[in-house]
Design a protein around this ligand. Structure first.
Ligand code: HEC
Length: 116
């Protein structure tokens, strides 16, 4: 009986994960577009990511990797205002400066969470 219960639990958990992955697909695509687009996030100007090379004048930022391990809030805060965790950051405060909206930053976070 306990075994059956565990199997049911496991499939319930898997079901949740699968459906949230589908629900996020649009958000991830939106975030990736913001990341790559010059007049939106323009993150690619400073960050290489997932096999894409920097598309800009310099290589000021680190290559982005292992971000799937970051808590969503930490990623949000980094984009909103990197100076809170790094007072000498060269990365602009996209949220605080009003360059990206709350929903645009959330889409970026969804995309960054896919980066291993
Ligand atoms: C002008 C260059 C520049 C741009 C544009 C830029 N960044 Fe950064 N970014 C940096 C630098 C420099 C760092 C390292 C210093 C720090 O952590 O604050 C960094 C750090 C990060 C980190 C932490 C990486 C780690 O492994 O510690 C993340 C996440 C990040 N940037 C995401 C973004 C996103 C998303 C965008 C687009 C909205 C963006 N960055 C745009 C320069 C930039």
């Amino acid at each position: 009986m306990k075994l059956i219960k565990n199997i049911l639990m496991a499939s319930a958990v898997t079901g949740v994960l699968v459906s949230s992955t589908f629900a996020n697909a649009d958000l991830v695509a939106k975030g990736e577009k913001i990341f790559n687009t010059k007049n939106l996030g323009n993150c690619l100007a400073c960050h290489a990511v997932n096999g894409k090379n920097i598309d800009g004048p310099g290589s000021m930022g680190p290559k982005l990797q292992y971000l799937s391990a970051w808590p969503e809030q930490a990623l949000y805060d980094k984009i909103y205002d990197p100076y809170t965790t790094n007072p000498i950051s060269q990365m602009p405060a996209f949220g605080k400066n009003g360059w990206l909206s709350d929903s645009e930053i959330k889409a970026l976070v969804a995309y960054l969470k896919t980066i291993n």
